[in-house]
Ligand binder design. Structure first.
Ligand SMILES: *Cc1c(COP(=O)(O)O)cnc(C)c1O
Length: 436
């Protein structure tokens, strides 16, 4: 497939249809339930519904729960879902099957991974007290670090870097003998800046710190190679590009070399070596099972499993490289088509111009935050769903499995119309909802 080059003024709708016709992932779209008349550019926030999910959940509810009742824990493999689904996610993130389990939310998994990293450092290098992250990181990651530090009460301190380039150059100034762990989200949720996982991890480990990656905006958008980068820990989200549904459970990765001594403080009974022995004292299960706390959220896990199975079916032809190529091509096309518009209406590209360091999303900022909010609302009302991120960001996600080139063309046309006509000024687009 020829990717469009940067002079897209001449790209026509017809050209986009031709790109769709040649897209190795074209068939994937039919595996998803997508409402007609909607261009969905928010799969980075809540992935679309894979068609297989409804039937899978229905079967679990009516047969496994309704008829087979408690026997389904064994018979339907409910108990094993965290490991099974972890094994299905592993190849998407460059991990071995026994390095990933699915449980709890991303926030809780950040807590577990960070807790292990800090305790591990405190045993060998008690002076390593700094948790390093970015000020612009997704707040829950920072909050979990703050909560854990205050709980531990051992003098840990969260150090925030103001802006980090793709190779982590600014880390040089803060990494040192007091660094315990560096926690970074590979793709910035606002700007879409993608960090070079390998070089950043190397830099962090060379300073004696441990590396925790948040893959919320990476997993399922392009191929990730955790073991290729020698990552220590990773967490990620089930409901964004993995399409597991609202509030889907999250995954946690701990490198094999750390598993023997992996200790996390949420020592629930299902992380125990023998949960049904009901012993009074905790003994951790081997491997990643000890990352599990309580009962698996079966209905959510069944939805997520069907979604990941859909994912594997969808990429069967082109593999992960096709996914990454399309992500790059879609975001580049959007940037190129929107460029004249951006100039005309004061939209500033808030995403990296270079595709190598850009995730599968494109953001623009507007000087006036209220206008940015209203424009997004007006677009949603007309069927182009993106989202607004405070203070002034218009964010559009391009899930390569179901967004078409023609969708990019049509979305830009609608953005142009909305800005050119001033339709966004209508009063109904001015009031903020609880969820933006
Ligand atoms: C979406 C997202 C989360 C979500 O956390 P939950 O606990 O699953 O709600 C966490 N971190 C990042 C970077 C995210 O983008």
């Amino acid at each position: 497939m020829t990717l469009l080059q940067s002079n897209s003024a001449t790209v026509t709708r017809q050209d986009c249809l031709a790109l769709d016709a040649n897209d190795p992932l074209a068939a994937a779209r039919s595996l998803f339930e997508l409402p007609s008349g909607v261009i969905y550019l928010d799969g980075n926030s809540l992935g679309a519904l894979p068609k297989a999910v409804a039937a899978a959940v229905q079967k679990t509810v009516t047969q496994e729960w309704g008829q087979d009742l408690i026997t389904s824990w064994n018979k339907a493999g409910w108990m094993n879902l965290p490991q099974e689904i972890g094994g299905l996610i592993a190849p998407l993130i460059g991990a071995a099957q026994d390095e990933v389990v699915v449980a709890d939310s991303t926030s809780v998994n950040v807590f577990k991974a960070l807790a292990d990293a800090l305790q591990r450092q405190s045993k060998t290098s008690p002076k390593r007290s700094k948790i390093i992250s970015e000020r612009g990181n997704f707040p829950t990651d920072l909050y979990m670090a703050q909560g854990l530090s205050s709980l531990l009460n051992q003098g840990h301190e969260l150090v925030l870097i103001d802006s980090l380039d793709a190779y982590g150059t600014e880390l040089n100034a803060v990494l040192g003998t007091d660094s315990a762990v560096v926690m970074l989200t590979q793709v910035d949720y606002r700007s879409g800046r993608k960090l070079d996982m390998k070089s950043v991890t190397q830099k962090v480990q060379a300073a004696g710190a441990l590396m925790l990656w948040d893959l919320a905006h990476s997993a399922g958008a392009f191929s990730v190679d955790l073991n290729g980068a020698n990552a220590d820990y990773a967490v990620g989200c089930g409901y964004k590009y993995l399409n597991g549904g609202p509030g889907a459970p999250s995954f946690i990765f701990v490198a094999k070399r750390h598993q023997e001594h992996f200790t996390q403080p949420l020592m629930g009974w299902l992380g125990h070596a023998a949960p049904f022995a009901f012993e009074p004292d905790y003994r951790p299960a081997p491997g990643m099972i000890r990352a599990i706390c309580g009962s698996p959220t079966v209905l959510s896990l069944i939805a997520l499993r069907a979604a990941i199975q859909t994912f594997h079916t969808a990429i069967a032809k082109g593999g992960l490289p096709a996914l990454a190529d399309k992500s790059t091509a879609l975001t580049q096309l959007f940037i190129d088509l929107a460029a004249p518009l951006a100039q005309q209406h004061g939209l500033t590209l808030a995403a990296p111009a270079q595709s190598a360091i850009r995730g599968s999303q494109v953001s623009f900022s507007l000087a006036n935050g209220q206008q940015a909010y209203a424009v997004v609302q007006a677009l949603i009302a007309q069927g182009v769903i993106g989202d607004f991120r405070a203070p002034n960001i218009l964010r559009f996600g391009f899930a390569p499995l179901y967004v078409r080139y023609v969708d990019v063309f049509d979305a830009v046309a609608l953005i142009a119309k909305t800005l050119n006509t001033g339709y966004w000024r209508e009063p109904q687009f001015q009031t903020r909802n609880a969820v933006t």
